[in-house]
Design a protein around this ligand. Structure first.
Ligand SMILES: [Zn+2]
Ligand SMILES: [Zn+2]
Ligand SMILES: [Zn+2]
Length: 145
């Protein structure tokens, strides 16, 4: 089991190295994101940034996702959310069902298992996602559970 504890990605640097212009709205979104430990939806983010249009928030998050600094994951009810990506390599996420905190991890046994499954199912596995929904134990709602 390997949990990633890297600092947050540098969102502005990712824009610059991807050849994207660092506009004022993009900078505002990056500044807000850099404080986020929890997963977020585009809608919630947009509500926190009334000065930036929702379409711009949406496009910017897609851009961060394409640049590899934001991960896209499923919520427990199947809608999508995003979280800051803290490492460049293949990994999975835990999501606290109470506070929304997102952590990243990689477990070799899981990767081995999926390779093994691929021998038993038709077709070729080209990708996979795995989110584990947890009570994080660190937020007030889950302390002592
Ligand atoms: Zn991630
Ligand atoms: Zn929590
Ligand atoms: Zn995996």
């Amino acid at each position: 089991m390997f949990a990633f504890q890297n600092p947050h990605p540098n969102l502005i640097a990712a824009l610059e190295s991807g050849g994207y212009r660092v506009t004022a709205p993009r900078r505002a979104i990056a500044n807000l994101l850099e404080q986020k430990q929890e997963g977020f939806s585009v809608e919630a983010l947009s509500d926190e940034l009334p000065s930036v249009g929702r379409a711009t928030v949406y496009r910017t998050i897609k851009l961060f996702h394409a640049a590899g600094v934001v991960c896209k994951l499923a919520t427990i009810n199947g809608s999508h959310m995003y979280s800051l990506c803290r490492n460049d390599h293949h990994h999975h996420h835990t999501v606290c069902v109470e506070c929304g905190a997102v952590e990243e991890f990689r477990v070799d046994a899981v990767e081995r298992l999926i390779r093994q499954i691929s021998e038993d199912i038709p077709g070729e596995i080209v990708s996979h996602h795995l989110e584990l929904y947890v009570n994080c134990g660190a937020c007030p709602e889950t302390k002592g559970k």
